[in-house]
Design a protein around this ligand. Structure first.
Ligand code: SAM
Length: 284
């Protein structure tokens, strides 16, 4: 008998998945984590009623959160990933031969182990990349303790509840800014504004004090329901968001990277925001 998994992130509204087979389930006193198979989306991982990632549409999110900052930067050699235990971001970062070193700071080794076993295509061997240094720690502690510097910082964490909450705090953003080299870029997942508009407003208020250019860009991830997802952006060089399409095209070709969602046209267009969001950001 097929059971169904209902997402409970939004009040009075949610998506449901037929659970063909449960591959892993862990109920602890602080969380409920489940990995199951679904005919439409393949393997799905959900944490406390919130869809984290699915085999079928993960490429949209991981490509846009990785290639927009790295292609915009143009010569990123050192990358920091906060969170990202499923390995999708690490996989995309490692596609850039120009990247010499990537540090990933993930709070829970169990997420990495589970995703390697049940969602192997997410990391696709990236955890074994000689350039990758995997650190098991709380991201907010790491950014205040390390003296390493980076060109791009990508925060790929859970929603701002539980351990992920600190990764949406001013103190976290302050720490990240300190670690960025000249010309560096910070990006982070920032919810679906049609249903989680406060998250974007809060990020605008907390992130702007640290960056001359604080913006958002869009990616339409089917299982992050409610329309486009916003990804937060911070840098001190506004020109990094104005790069000509022809320049992005040549960087893309030079990288030799094969993508399924990201391309220079999507990069160019993704910083355009809907009017209701621009109006809301005016009030931030
Ligand atoms: N793509 C998903 C999304 O947008 O919601 C989330 C990707 S991934 C599953 C989220 C990761 O953030 C998890 O591996 C979780 O363990 C990690 N995480 C949560 N809080 C953290 C913290 N304070 N420091 C480091 N990693 C954290």
């Amino acid at each position: 008998m097929t059971t169904s998994y209902k997402e409970t992130l939004h009040k009075g509204y949610g998506q449901a998945f037929d659970v063909e087979e449960v591959l892993f389930e862990q109920q602890t006193d602080s969380w409920h984590l489940i990995i199951f198979r679904n005919t439409t989306y393949g393997t799905v991982m959900a944490l406390d009623g919130i869809i984290q990632t699915t085999e079928r549409d993960e490429f949209v999110y991981h490509e846009m959160l990785t290639h927009v900052p790295i292609m915009a930067h143009g010569s990123a050699k050192r990358v920091l990933i906060i969170g990202g235990g499923d390995g999708g971001i690490l996989r995309e970062v490692c596609k850039h031969q120009s990247v010499e070193h990537v540090t990933q700071v993930e709070i829970d080794q169990a997420v990495i182990d589970m995703c390697k076993e049940y969602l192997p295509n997410h990391s696709n061997g990236a955890f074994d990349d000689p350039r990758a240094d995997i650190v098991i720690a709380d991201g907010i502690e790491y950014v205040h303790e390390t003296d390493e510097k980076f060109d791009v910082i990508i925060s790929d964490c859970t929603d701002p509840v539980g351990p992920g909450e600190v990764l949406f705090s001013s103190r976290f953003y302050e720490g990240c800014k300190k670690l960025l080299n000249e010309g560096g870029v910070f990006v982070a997942q920032n919810g679906v504004p049609f249903l989680q508009q406060d998250e974007v407003i809060t990020t605008r208020r907390r992130l702007s004090p640290y960056f001359k250019d604080q913006a958002f860009y869009r990616a339409a991830v089917p299982t992050y329901i409610g329309g486009d997802m916003t990804l937060a952006w911070g840098s001190d060089d506004e020109s990094l968001r104005q790069i000509a399409l022809s320049e992005l095209q040549s960087r893309y070709e030079q990288s030799g990277i094969k993508t399924r969602f990201y391309n220079p046209q999507m990069h160019k267009g993704c910083f355009g925001l809907p009017q209701y969001l621009l109006d809301a950001l005016e009030q931030a």
